[in-house]
Ligand binder design. Structure first.
Ligand code: ZN
Length: 153
């Protein structure tokens, strides 16, 4: 695995946890993007198994990243529910990378979390997420079609 593959796998797992509701104020986050926009990261992302040097846990404690809802409540995204084999592959990558980069598991995971956040927030909105007021004429948004010009194969 490389970093991009690890980020993609983690992101898929995080996105599978939505929609998610804040139990205190009942605000619903329809997507990871909505969650990132409406919460503030709270502290580091914590990889419990890796921090204990347990790179192939049979009963994983998992990873946790916290964020504060606008109501003040603290919300968590975790690795819970991730298949063990997938978790082990990610941990194996982290074991090698922490040595290679001379970093700690916590620093590495927090770095990955921040990468995912930046990636998700940088993406253009899907059509169904756009409010009518922000949708402009087709020509302004139009991109040249690649499919027509790339047929030279
Ligand atoms: Zn809340």
């Amino acid at each position: 695995m490389n970093e991009a593959e690890v980020v993609a796998a983690m992101r898929r797992h995080l996105e599978s946890q939505f929609p998610k509701t804040c139990p205190l104020c009942q605000r619903e986050f329809g997507s990871l993007r909505e969650y990132l926009i409406n919460t503030a990261p709270h502290g580091d992302a914590v990889p419990y198994d890796a921090e204990m040097g347990n790179w192939q846990p049979l009963r994983p404690l998992g990873t946790v990243t916290l964020a504060n809802c606008r109501c003040g409540n603290t919300l968590a995204l975790t690795s819970e529910g991730m298949p063990l084999t997938k978790l082990w592959r990610l941990l194996n990558w982290a074991r090698i990378e922490t040595q290679r980069r001379r970093t700690t598991p916590r620093e590495l995971l927090t770095h990955l979390r921040d990468l995912i956040g930046t990636q998700v927030l940088a993406e253009p909105l899907l059509a169904e997420e756009k409010q009518p007021a922000t949708v402009y004429g087709g020509s302004a948004l139009g991109e040249p079609s690649l499919s027509a010009s790339d047929q030279a194969a």
